[in-house]
Every structure is written in structure tokens, then in C-alpha cells.
Design a protein. Structure first.
Length: 445
């Protein structure tokens, strides 16, 4: 007979004790679970397909799976990607296959499915295909990158959003009144304190409930009432933990937000996204490297000083590190955001790259080749080369592209910032060449 400790419930975290038991208690995700929405209808009708719940921590992925487990008539198996391997998968699959042959459905819930490698995910595929199991996977990572395409194509992906502050305040209030939480105790805590906890939690219900529990356990009791003070709350909310995985999707989302804010000449947003990255623990040298790229890709010759400043900022970050170098990066981000913009160099290279990859690789024209040996000279290497410094205007009519690309133009300078001077200079060069080539043709006649 299974034995239970009298103190067992005290050791269970608040988030587990007050976990919603049905859709009526579930908070948030109304885009999926509101009246008439697809996921609610599937759960109510017990017509669950194979699916992936994708969303950040603490938004209800596992809770939804447990609600389905309580509601479905199918066999429900809870499976952890952290502790299970191929052997365990095969054992469960055999069990599910036997159930199928007996006319019973099996729903297999796999928490943190992104932790399974390709071979482990492949082990599910044949059983999903023939209907031995209905797979429900939960992941915090983008399924496009972390789930095998063959398996993903057989699953419906439901995206769960971070909870709003109002949602979290509602959950906290419920935990205070629910007998499974603190409903049997007298807790005095102001609503603005619940709102502060909700802000700290950043959309994560589990974090919010854990923090509420910590705050209450550390508060003083007066007679039969626990009183939460501002001082205790501030001590517990000492430092906000930002959701930021330096190897995950949020890493790329934030650098994308920074890049696009600077491109859009918005210094306020640029500084904010920079702070989000740095305070989340990002390597400042990574940010500095990306800013060096931005200086040429999005500004280029519209302001050539941008690249110099970016390289200097990288050196400053290398010399002094965080947190001191945050102001160096702020200076650079602000400069790049307000600088004139030109992507002419980026477009020029991408166009030239396309030709280099897809066009016939013609030999370098003989007049552009060096001739350090007699054999090379005998083969006419360097014949016809025109040394620009010997010319009066430091310009010649010599062509430097292969014949098939003779008149190709890659670089189209803009009129932004200092690049207008480059544009004017190029126009003068082209006019000079046109006039001199025309006069040469006239002389030949």
C-alpha cells in the first residue's frame, strides 16, 4: 500500500497545487480556447489530433495536456524527453500498438520534445502515421528548427502566447482564495503588489506563483494574518530575470529587432532592444560584431565614419567588458540609428555574388594579369594594361570586367549623406570614359 506523508502537500510548489483542472479554470490563450475556438472544440469533442504546443515557459502547455488527460477517453501516457531514450520509446510504442489492436486510442504527451534528437523523433513517426498514437508535444523552441519536418508535417502546431499582466493577476488572486493554495489562510497583500509580481513574471505563470509563494513565506504574521510589506516584496523581486536564451529563437528575435530599429532610424527602440539583450546576459562582443556588419550593410558610404566608430566600439567592449561597455554600445547604436542609410554596397555584393556563382567563370582578362616570369610575358600576360597613375586624369579607358559582363553595373550609389559625393564622382568618371572612348572610335575611323 502506497504511503503518504502528512507533510507532502507542504512540499509541493504552489504552482503545482493550484494547477487548473479544467478549461473553466484555465487562464489565457483565448485565441485557442475561447468559445468556438478550434482547440477548445477539439478538447470538448475529444477529437484530439497529433499536435505541438509551442510557447515560452509557464504559459500552460503541460497544464493543457493534463486537462486533455482528464477529459479524454483515450489512454494517456506522460513522457519526458529529458529522462527517456529510444528503449523507453519503443516500449511505449509497443504498448500503444497493442491498445490500437484492441480498439483503444493512446495519447502520448512528450514534454520538452525539442530535447529529443533526430533518431528519437524518427522512432515516433511510423506510429503517428498508422495511428497507434496521438502525439502531443510541448516545446519552448521553434518547431521549424527543432522538430523533424516529417514528424512536424503530421502535427498541428498551436502557438501559446505569454500571459498578460491581467491574466497573471487573476491567477495570483485565485491562488490566494483557492483552498489548494492560500485560501485557508488570511493573507494581506495589496493589488499593486500582485501587479508588481505579474510584471516581474514577464508572462510566465509559474514564475509568478513561485514568487507569490516566496513573498508570503517570507512575510511576518500578526496574530492570525500574514502581512506582505513593500520591503519584503522588493527584497524578493531583487532582480528581474529576463527570458533570454542565447542559443534559442529569442536570441535571433532580439538582434533582429535591434537591427531593424536602427535601419528604421529609431534610436529609442534601438536603445531598448540593446538593453534587453545586454541585461539578458548577451555577450557585448557579439552585439558589437553585428553592429560592425550593420555599419557597412545599412549605412556604407552614406557615412564611412560609421564603420570606423563600430570597430572602435568593438575594441572598447573588448577592453572594459560589461557593464561599463554598455554606454559604448549605446553611443554606437544611437549613432547608427540616426546616420543616413544606404544599402547600395550590400546590394552590389549580393548581385555580384549571384553572377560569380551562376555565370560562367571566365578567365581573368590577359591585360589584368601580372607577368612575373618570361613565360607569362610570352603568353601576353599584362599586354594592354593601362597604368592609371601615368594618365593625366588618373583615368583610362581600360575595361576590367570579363567580356560577358562588360557593361554590368553592380553599385548604384544613393543620394543619402556623403554617398551623394560618391555618386557625383562616379558620374564624372563615367562621362570621362564615355567621351574618351567615343574620341578613340572617332580617331580609328
Amino acid at each position: 500500500m502506497e504511503q503518504f506523508s502528512l507533510f507532502e502537500n507542504e512540499n509541493i510548489p504552489l504552482a503545482s497545487r493550484v494547477r487548473p483542472r479544467n478549461l473553466e479554470e484555465f487562464v489565457g490563450q483565448t485565441h485557442l480556447l475561447g468559445e468556438g475556438k478550434i482547440l477548445k472544440r477539439l478538447i470538448d469533442q475529444d477529437q484530439i489530433p497529433s499536435m505541438i504546443f509551442w510557447g515560452p515557459p509557464g504559459v500552460g502547455k503541460t497544464t493543457l495536456a493534463q486537462i486533455i488527460a482528464l477529459k479524454t477517453k483515450a489512454d494517456f501516457i506522460n513522457f519526458s524527453a529529458v529522462t527517456s531514450g529510444i528503449k523507453e520509446i519503443r516500449k511505449v510504442m509497443e504498448q500503444a500498438e497493442q491498445s490500437r489492436l484492441s480498439g483503444n486510442k493512446t495519447i502520448l504527451f512528450v514534454d520538452e520534445i525539442h530535447r529529443f534528437n533526430k533518431a528519437q523523433q524518427d522512432a515516433f513517426l511510423p506510429f503517428v502515421e498508422k495511428g497507434s498514437i496521438i502525439l502531443i508535444g510541448a516545446t519552448t523552441e521553434n518547431p521549424s528548427f527543432e522538430i523533424n519536418s516529417a514528424l512536424l508535417s503530421r502535427c498541428k502546431v498551436f502557438v501559446l502566447q505569454p500571459l498578460s499582466s491581467d491574466d497573471i493577476v487573476l491567477l495570483l488572486s485565485h491562488a490566494l482564495s483557492d483552498p489548494r493554495g492560500f485560501g485557508d489562510e488570511k493573507i494581506l497583500i495589496e493589488k499593486n503588489m500582485l501587479e508588481a509580481i505579474a510584471t516581474y513574471a514577464n508572462g510566465d505563470a509559474r514564475t509568478a506563483l513561485n514568487m507569490l509563494e516566496m513573498v508570503i513565506l517570507n512575510s511576518d504574521k500578526y496574530k492570525d494574518q500574514t502581512v506582505v510589506t513593500e520591503q519584503i516584496l522588493k527584497q524578493c523581486l531583487n532582480k528581474k530575470s529576463l527570458l533570454y536564451d542565447k542559443n534559442g529563437e529569442e536570441h535571433y528575435n532580439l538582434i533582429s529587432a535591434l537591427h531593424k530599429s536602427m535601419r528604421n532610424s529609431d534610436p529609442q527602440a534601438s536603445i531598448y532592444w540593446l538593453a534587453r539583450m545586454l541585461e539578458g546576459g548577451e555577450d557585448p562582443l557579439y552585439v558589437a560584431r553585428r553592429l560592425i556588419r550593420f555599419a557597412s550593410e545599412d549605412i556604407g558610404l552614406a557615412d564611412p565614419s560609421a564603420l570606423t566608430l563600430a570597430v572602435s566600439c568593438y575594441q572598447a567592449c573588448h577592453f572594459i567588458g560589461m557593464p561599463e561597455c554598455s554606454v559604448n554600445l549605446t553611443e554606437l547604436v544611437t549613432y547608427l540609428a540616426v546616420a543616413p542609410k544606404s544599402n547600395a554596397l550590400y546590394v552590389a555584393y549580393e548581385t555580384a555574388k549571384d553572377d560569380a556563382i551562376n555565370q560562367i567563370a571566365e578567365p581573368v582578362p590577359l591585360h589584368l594579369r601580372n607577368a612575373p616570369t618570361k613565360l607569362m610575358k610570352d603568353l601576353h600576360y599584362g599586354d594592354g594594361y593601362q597604368y592609371a597613375h601615368d594618365a593625366k586624369d588618373r583615368l583610362t579607358t581600360m575595361t576590367c570586367l570579363p567580356d560577358s559582363l562588360k557593361n554590368k553595373i553592380y553599385y548604384f550609389p544613393t543620394t543619402q549623406g556623403k554617398e551623394i559625393r560618391v555618386k557625383e564622382r562616379l558620374e564624372k568618371i563615367e562621362l570621362w570614359k564615355k567621351n574618351h572612348i567615343s574620341s578613340l572610335h572617332h580617331e580609328d575611323k
